[in-house]
Write a protein that binds this ligand. Sequence first.
Ligand code: IPM
Ligand code: MG
Length: 377
Amino acid sequence: MKYNIAVVAGDGIGPEVTEEAIRVLDRVGERFGHTFLYDRKLGGGAAYDETGDPLPASTIEACGRSDAVLFGAVGGPKWEKLPGRLRPEQAVLGLRKELGLYANLRPVFLFEELADASPLKHESIEAGLDILVVRELTGGIYFGPKGTDTIEDGRVSDPVLASCIDALSPPPGDGRIAYDVEVYTEREIRRIGVAAFAAARKRRNGVVSVDKANVLESSRLWRGIMEELHEDYPDVKLEHMYVDNAAMQLIRDPNQFDVIVTNNIFGDILSDESARIAGSIGMLPSASLADGDFGLYEPIHGSAPDIAGKDRANPVASILSAAMMLRYSLSLSKEADAIEAAVKAFLENGFRTPDICVDWSVRVGTREAGELIANYI
Ligand code: IPM
Ligand code: MG
């Protein structure tokens, strides 16, 4: 079979790690008799530099007609001063929104070979680590109304802010003001809830819904809808947890979690925290799914400009993202298994990129890691 993969490698270490994922996919193609065709497109700071737009229409279009998207990472100090809508991050945010990728699956696991790389005490991760963070990806404060203005004589021109200002107590003094709105509809909450309950049924039947319902209206709606949905999944255990407590519980006893379902911003924060307890943020992949099979696959790490171009980045997260792509979008689960087994063999044989390197291991760079993993396919 032939598969069309849109590739948006992006900035920083994005291109380096994505090339290694492609190397591994090509080996999978040889071994299993598939052809992967790559349509490489600009996105992020790289696209801004070339076209003035971090997410050119041609990139959206190519991704939309592909079977799946392989994404690297975007952003860097070079573009930090740009206004929000021109920042490199718009590439990934825009693709998520344009392609309807509302369900972000971020598995958190610990290869037993890397138990020493986790900052947690051995007893709390003795049984390994296996959590699935299901993050809502196209709503909430990321995409709600936002803006900045200046208050003069107690007034602003932005209509949303004008209504907020009346509610502020004490009244704001003059000066600059900025806002972002957390807004969720029932439909948005329901569909991410369904994704989480369905995922739990294929795992250990537990969902912890993380919110801030003691403070936020949007969280109270979230919690209520999770309760309603639960009636359709009586075999799944549902618990609610406030996000501050969840951040603490993840470190205290991560194995109490099976599936965590949460909103866009809490999911962003908790997935970085989870990644660290899994040894290195360089290890974890993610899938961002629309209804149906279509998805975008990216490592959860960022563009790491400090190590870009130095052959130091860990390509495993990107390689495992390619495995998720095979499993979820292309229905090639044997092939996905082969990639995961190759990563395991790589670690078992003592190879480590600098982020997870220990005394006795064999230190390898990005490219050599990719070559070794490809050879284990
Ligand atoms: C992530 C990243 C993105 C996010 C950034 C790059 C916009 O941190 O995928 O977790 O906040 O969603
Ligand atoms: Mg993040």
